[in-house]
Design a protein. Structure first.
Length: 396
């Protein structure tokens, strides 16, 4: 219903005026019309001044996501095509400069297409529709991607919990083209990876860690390395290729570890230098501590402990525990490469957590570098939520 409108409470228009794309239910005074799921609505301030056009989501606390601040814009296929083309164009040259054929092409709100994520793995596109607005235009999005990029297949991985908050059921499966083998081979910085787009975490691979994997490659020479929450071995492969004397990789997922073994073999790396252990990382690190094991380089890339700020306190304890255990396993002069991908944990908070872990370990720890997400995951200045991956390289 194009003529439906939402009116904000007095003083609640500031976020829209500062170009933030989310409008929360608590900011809305009243609604005119009966907008449906994903319908485009006009947004006005309390004085009936036009602010934006947005996608309406009746089930979510994020009640509307801004498409545009220009009243003349029509939110249709042509609009989406322009936004998608602009997003792809912004990444022109990145495949060559990043030395990869795996890239995030569309990053939701940061690219002006709220709720749409598209990753490219060689000739396969993996799509996630995470908002009511992107879901409304599902058919058009698929058509545009197929026309513009000519992939062999478009696979949908809209199988995440956030869809439930948007009043949508998870969905996963082939969206366009002919289904290929579930394991797709990609390349990155001279290494090859098998990516399972059907069962793998996120869309199958962590393309956001590309530059950080390269950093581990540069640090690993002649070091004993421990890679925690290793998944399919991105940091493991780079450590082995970078000249590590040995790499111990731990994760709770058996299938991920099987794919890690395949990736080691695929690259012709020395399997005798690769120790792979399945189990709970917290438990295994305590076991290593009790066995008096130690390492020159430890990578901590845990899952998202705090998706929202409300969960930050509980997550902080988990981050502190895992970093404390790792610091105790580091040799003097050893390096800790530690990450948080939790949106609810700021960079400042994460640094305080690591500092607290060092204090509890009764040791000095020096930050020698700060890491972030790769450039195909741009941070929109008006949308700080698009910055989520925080990393530190610390020396004991």
């Amino acid at each position: 219903m194009a003529d439906a409108a939402i009116y904000l409470r007095a003083g609640r228009e500031k976020s829209v005026l500062t170009r933030h794309p989310w409008i929360f239910a608590s900011a809305i005074d009243h609604i005119e019309g009966e907008p449906g799921h994903g319908d485009t609505v006009l947004v006005f301030d309390s004085n009936k001044k036009f602010l934006a056009k947005a996608a309406y989501s009746p089930s979510s606390q994020i009640r509307a996501r801004v498409w545009t601040l220009i009243q003349a814009d029509e939110i249709d296929r042509s609009f989406l095509e322009q936004r998608i083309n602009a997003s792809i164009e912004r990444r022109a040259g990145l495949k060559e400069s990043e030395n990869t054929d795996a890239l995030r092409l569309i990053y939701g709100e940061a690219d002006g297409i709220p709720g749409l994520v598209v990753d490219q793995y060689a000739s396969t596109l993996v799509m996630q529709l995470l908002s009511a607005g992107s879901e409304k235009f599902r058919s058009e999005i698929i058509e545009i991607l197929a026309e513009q990029l000519k992939p062999e297949q478009i696979y949908e991985r809209s199988d995440v919990e956030i869809r439930l908050l948007e009043g949508m059921q998870p969905r996963e499966g082939l969206a366009w083209g002919k289904k290929k083998n579930h394991a797709i081979q990609i390349s990155e910085n001279g290494l090859k990876y098998l990516v399972d787009v059907t069962e793998g975490q996120k869309t199958g691979f962590y393309v956001d860690q590309r530059r950080n994997r390269q950093k581990v490659f540069e640090l690993a020479k002649d070091k004993q390395v421990l890679n925690c929450f290793c998944y399919t071995g991105g940091f493991t492969l780079n450590a082995l290729a970078g000249g590590a004397t040995n790499v111990t990789s731990v994760d709770s997922s058996g299938p991920a570890l099987e794919q890690l073994k395949q990736n080691v073999s695929l690259n012709g790396l020395d399997e005798t230098k690769s120790e792979i252990i399945e189990g709970d990382v917290f438990t295994l690190l305590r076991k290593f501590r009790d066995q008096a094991r130690s390492f020159d380089l430890i990578v901590l890339d845990p899952p998202k402990f705090a998706p929202t700020i409300s969960q930050a306190e509980k997550a902080s304890r988990a981050y502190k525990d895992i970093n404390l255990l790792a610091i105790k396993l580091l040799k003097p002069g050893g390096l800790l490469v530690t990450f948080s991908c939790s949106g609810g944990v700021s960079r400042d908070l994460f640094q305080k957590i690591v500092a607290g872990a060092a204090l509890d370990a009764n040791t000095d720890l020096r930050i020698i570098d700060q890491l972030s997400q790769s450039p195909d995951h741009p941070v929109l200045t008006s949308f700080p939520e698009s910055f989520y991956l925080k990393g530190l390289i610390c020396q004991k």
